[in-house]
Design a protein around this ligand. Structure first.
Ligand code: PHE
Length: 503
């Protein structure tokens, strides 16, 4: 019976059981088991131990205890001496009338050390009397300092069990920053049960299992009839970590390749722009609330960005009375100084309008992914700096269905096939549409789009329609990466970044 039980075990279990049977009464530690089995990886002990436990042959005892190790300051102290030891040495080597704050400062202790150091010495019984360091109980102070230094040395090599250490020393050093660290370590022992220790050793022969098919085996047919080692896909395995791109960078690359694949070319532009190009060119009224200091970062240096060419005049006419666009404009007086105020671009639409101004009679499909700035209070979904995915189709036959199908194609290629557009309003497009995608059964708003109004295109020198859109990158990133807080994208938390999906 017991012999048969042995037969049902896997090779690792057999090897471990055989090893344990050499001392059937022993309570085995991990190290002992590694040495008796010849394994060098504790994963085997854990795995085989579990198997033997399930077969009722082994009991596993777990105990967790608290261990103490040195923190960053503690390690420095172990190498270069505790601050109080070094100060104390200095004091005792110094002539009595030289033991003052002045000479301490000039003796190689920096400010960061001398201040706290004096505090520690005071706690040990050193007094400061008119700038001089005085003490009467030299022997006691030395003793206490040695005791502290011994304590630090005693844990400098390996973690030491908390319960074996001097409580008073632990509580003293715990109150100083980064000297000690505490960790919980779980240790296990393995012991044979009655049924385990009655197994017949002779039943514990390891089968030769084929773990890997080599070219030699295939050529010689030696694998035929052999027994294959089963894969345990549940076995715990280390997660390989290495260098990888930041997920935002990967996402930008992916978006880039999707647009390139769709026949678009990439453009970019400067962060610093004139209010004119950022807003007036888009027929945003100069009195628009979003222009105020609450939303837009205006700059002091430079405070002005000159608008070259005919644009100031053209925008003035369009804004004041509509010029030749068929529009009545906004009325009032267009302010050219306002138009040349410097700001951080609030959207990347400034890049696409400039592209049209530079290429008014060349059909183009362009996109850009760029950083924009708005005075937002930082919270779960807002940051003062974020990115937009911007694009236009500027050609004689551009139209609304083309705009919608382009956005649908883009999002489908990104993995979101359900896209819907809703009517919206922007001062620079007509019609205007909000773009939503379906995510986990909910429609989420990702950006704006529309056909540029004649008030926008006419001063740029084109009569062709322009399909335009501008969408949030971070919002999309949060969906793709499964985050619920925008800040997680930019925190330098390597642990979290490592775990983010590869894009
Ligand atoms: N610029 C708009 C924004 O920042 C988006 C947009 C771009 C809307 C192009 C219409 C056309 O939200």
């Amino acid at each position: 019976m017991a012999g048969e039980a042995g037969m049902n075990l896997g090779n690792n279990e057999r090897r471990m059981l055989k090893g344990m049977l050499s001392e059937p009464e022993e309570e085995w530690s991990l190290d002992q088991l590694l040495s008796v089995t010849g394994w060098d990886d504790q994963v085997h002990v854990a795995g085989a131990g579990k198997g033997l436990q399930e077969a009722g042959m082994v009991v596993i005892e777990e105990s967790t205890s608290r261990f103490v190790t040195l923190g960053s300051e503690g390690k420095k102290a172990a190498e270069g001496g505790l601050l109080e030891s070094r100060l104390w040495n200095w004091i005792r080597n110094e002539k009595e009338d030289q033991r003052n704050m002045g000479s301490l400062m000039s003796s190689g202790f920096d400010r960061g050390e001398s201040g706290p150091g004096i505090g520690i010495l005071k706690g040990l019984g050193v007094d400061i009397v008119s700038g001089n360091l005085v003490f009467s109980n030299e022997e006691e102070i030395s003793k206490e300092i040695d005791r502290r230094a011994d304590f630090i040395n005693s844990i400098s090599n390996a973690p030491v069990q908390y319960s074996t250490l001097d409580e008073e020393m632990i509580s003293h050093f715990s109150s100083r920053s980064n000297l000690l660290e505490f960790e919980e370590i779980t240790t296990r022992t393995w012991k044979l049960t009655k049924s385990g220790s009655s197994v017949d050793q002779s039943a514990l022969v390891e089968d030769q299992l084929i773990g890997e098919l080599t070219p030699e085996m295939l050529q010689t047919d030696s694998w035929i009839g052999g027994e294959f080692k089963p894969f345990d896909v549940q076995a715990p395995a280390p997660t390989p970590t290495g260098g990888r791109r930041h997920p935002m960078q990967s996402l930008i690359e992916r978006i880039r390749s999707v647009f390139l694949e769709m026949g678009f070319s990439e453009i970019d532009g400067d962060y610093v722009q004139s209010a004119g190009w950022n807003m007036d060119s888009l027929f945003i009224p100069q009195s628009h609330p979003a222009r105020t200091m609450q939303d837009t970062f205006y700059l002091d240096k430079p405070s002005k960005v000159e608008v070259e060419g005919p644009y100031l005049d053209l925008w003035a006419r369009v804004h004041e009375h509509g010029h030749d666009t068929g529009s009545k404009g906004w009325g009032g007086k267009f302010d050219r100084d306002e138009s040349q105020r410097a700001l951080l671009r609030t959207h990347t639409t400034v890049n696409t309008v400039r592209h049209i101004a530079d290429n008014p009679s060349k059909p183009s499909r362009v996109f850009g992914i760029g950083r924009v700035f708005r005075q937002e209070t930082i919270d779960r979904t807002h940051m003062p700096e974020f990115h937009q995915i911007e694009g236009i189709i500027h050609e004689p036959d551009a139209n609304l269905p083309m705009l919608i199908s382009t956005l649908k194609t883009f999002y489908a290629k990104m993995g979101y096939p359900d896209v819907r557009v809703r009517p919206a309003y922007f001062p620079y497009t007509e019609p205007s549409a909000e773009v939503d995608i379906l995510w986990k059964g909910e429609w989420l708003e990702l950006g704006g789009s529309g056909i540029f109004r004649p008030e926008v295109t006419e001063p740029l020198g084109t009569e062709w329609p322009v399909c335009a859109w501008g969408m949030g990158l971070e919002r999309l990133a949060m969906l793709i990466l499964g985050l619920d807080d925008i800040r997680q994208l930019y925190q330098p938390d390597l642990e979290r970044l490592r775990k983010m999906p590869l894009l």
